[in-house]
Design a protein around this ligand. Structure first.
Ligand code: FEO
Ligand code: CA
Ligand code: CA
Ligand code: CA
Length: 573
């Protein structure tokens, strides 16, 4: 397709409907409006509770601290470390619903617990004991929890699959970096834990992918620490972010020689089998180490598996991984499709073309800098710079539409001074959404791209929003957008639906004060949409008490919303 010129983009926002139809955007609408619901109007004052379209309703589900077993420890604030390991974690983020019944009314919810600030989680500015650090560690990671719908209501239920995975859960490594010296420590060579689990993915073989994002914030030191260039590129510093795990757990002390390589064990995509309670989560090193946002999986025409991944930091890159062979064949041979394949990084060129550059030792520029493939993967950011990847405005979620378009939110970049074709706003306060279509059904090394929308162009209008983050392209041509950042009129973060055919945007839901709206997944029939209210009020009961009714006292809790159209229709319609 013709790339929409920057000027058109800035003036018109969404690309023209005609441009979409020529590419055969899959739609069942037959010209009908994909978005039929009455949108939530722009509020005049920020609300303390969620506001949803009058055509929809929501219920709350699995708030932080929900016991995994019906007779498990009930929620108390702050939780003990032992209790927290048996309860739903904090910081609800990316998630996926795996149906376990024919009718889709029962299933496993796999959900990430990205982070919880000390004040919210512990009621303290910083942990002062190892027990408190353990509480914090056990609140991070992921949960697998069975849920069931009775009538129109969902609730969590007992299941042998229910489990918590957290910062101390035993992990396995696989792929090119497994067993490499870069992952070895003098002390404690059993890899443990996942945290900073942001967005996610799911595979055609029924597993869940949880992606480690801001892992650097959990490492720190009390003595002076001068990061080398590579450590600095990965954000490791003595400052940390106030979690203070390092003060009580030497694994997280950057100056402890016994745990010299501990930080190399994070920043990966982790595969979890939601059905096998006893399986170790597996860190898939072939997918590279960076601040992974999500992993959007597609299947190429010959059954090779493709994964698109953003790295959420200013001026970092977008990647894709392509498996070596047909995924069914590889699995039948006892291999994981994620253990053998090629990692590519994206270069967006002027004129709407782009190139996926392989990050391998066959590139002489990489061979000159790295000693082996494991090193390239562990320091993928450095490799991306060497091969000339395009620095982006904070790539957040990616989503693959069934018609082949891959959408990616670029949330904002206050530090952008010079624009390029793919990042056309400087400074980029409100973000944009880019999309591309690879040659050869996700398998090719070239692609065509355009800007799907620029948030600035909508900001002052009725459907205004900023900082797009969570994203889902549904099978009909709708693009669901979740926000994390400053919104017009001081509005809380929100969930909107865009029609990729017409450019229409409508607001479905507004969250509560100081929350992020994130983590969308649906039932297979798309009559229930699950979405997360992350860090409501950042834990401040003066801002909100959600999901409890407003009382000014109760500590708010991260929770999931189950949203349905009151008439039982497809969500987003
Ligand atoms: Fe975890 Fe980039 O949001
Ligand atoms: Ca987040
Ligand atoms: Ca996010
Ligand atoms: Ca964000």
């Amino acid at each position: 397709m013709q790339r929409i010129s920057r000027r058109t983009v800035l003036k018109g926002g969404l690309a023209m409907a005609a441009a979409f139809t020529t590419h055969g955007c899959a739609t069942t609408s037959g010209g009908r409006d994909l978005i039929g619901f009455r949108p939530v109007p722009k509020p005049t004052i920020p609300a303390r509770m969620p506001i949803i379209s009058p055509d929809y309703e929501y219920q709350t589900l699995i708030p932080w601290g929900t016991p995994l077993a019906p007779n498990g420890p009930p929620y108390n604030h702050p939780p003990t470390a032992a209790d927290q390991a048996l309860q739903v974690g904090i910081g609800h983020d990316g998630m996926a619903f795996f149906s376990t019944s024919e009718d889709g009314k029962q299933g496993l919810l796999a959900i990430n617990h990205e982070f919880g600030r000390n004040r919210h989680l512990l009621g303290l500015d910083a942990p002062t004991t190892l027990a408190q650090v353990r509480t914090s560690q056990h609140a991070h990671g992921a949960s697998i929890i069975a849920i069931k719908k009775t009538g129109d209501r969902w609730e969590s239920i007992a299941s042998p699959a229910n489990r918590r995975i957290h910062a101390n859960t035993p992990m396995s490594f696989s792929g090119p970096v497994a067993g490499h010296a870069l992952l070895k420590n003098q002390a404690d060579n059993t890899p443990k834990g996942t945290f900073a689990n942001c967005s996610n993915g799911r595979t055609p073989w029924g597993t869940y992918l949880t992606c480690e994002e801001n892992f650097n914030l959990y490492f720190s030191t009390s003595s002076s620490f001068a990061p080398d260039a590579v450590q600095a590129r990965y954000g490791l510093s003595a400052r940390g972010a106030g979690y203070d795990w390092h003060k009580h757990d030497p694994r997280f002390d950057l100056n402890n020689p016994a745990f010299k390589n501990e930080s190399h064990r994070f920043g990966w995509v982790v595969e979890i089998d939601p059905n096998d309670h006893s399986s170790n989560p597996i860190k898939r090193t072939a997918l590279g180490r960076f601040k992974h946002e999500g992993a959007a999986v597609a299947e190429g025409r010959d059954g090779r598996i493709v994964t698109y991944m953003g790295d959420d930091q200013r001026f970092e890159f977008i990647y894709k991984f392509v498996s070596k062979d047909n995924w069914q064949k590889m699995r039948a041979n006892g291999q994981s499709p994620f253990d053998d394949g090629t990692l590519y990084v994206a270069r967006f060129d002027d004129g709407g073309s782009g190139e996926w550059i392989p990050l391998t030792m066959s590139d002489p520029r990489l061979k000159a800098r790295f000693s082996d493939q494991a090193e390239i993967l562990t320091f993928a950011r450095i490799a991306g710079t060497i091969v000339g990847a395009t620095p982006m405005d904070r790539s957040e979620w990616t989503s693959v539409a069934p018609n082949g378009w891959v959408y990616c939110t670029l949330t904002n970049n206050s530090r952008r001074e010079t624009t390029d074709a793919a990042n056309p706003v400087a400074p980029n306060r409100n973000g944009h959404i880019i999309r591309w279509r690879d040659s050869d059904d996700h398998l090719g090394t070239s692609f065509r791209w355009d800007i799907f929308l620029v948030a600035d162009n909508h900001y002052e209008s009725e459907e205004g929003f900023g900082s797009p983050d969570g994203l889902w392209a549904d099978p009909d041509g709708r693009v669901f957008i979740m926000t994390d950042g400053q919104q017009p009129n001081g509005m809380n973060n929100q969930l909107l639906v865009a029609d990729s055919m017409t450019g229409k945007i409508a607001r479905l839901l507004i969250g509560v004060p100081a929350c992020e709206v994130t983590g969308l997944t649906t039932t297979p029939d798309r009559t229930t949409l699950f979405v997360n209210i992350q860090h409501p009020g950042y834990g401040d009961p003066m801002l909100t008490n959600f999901p409890a009714p407003s009382d000014g006292v109760t500590v708010p809790r991260d929770c999931t919303l189950a949203i349905r159209r009151i008439d039982g229709g497809i969500v987003g319609s």
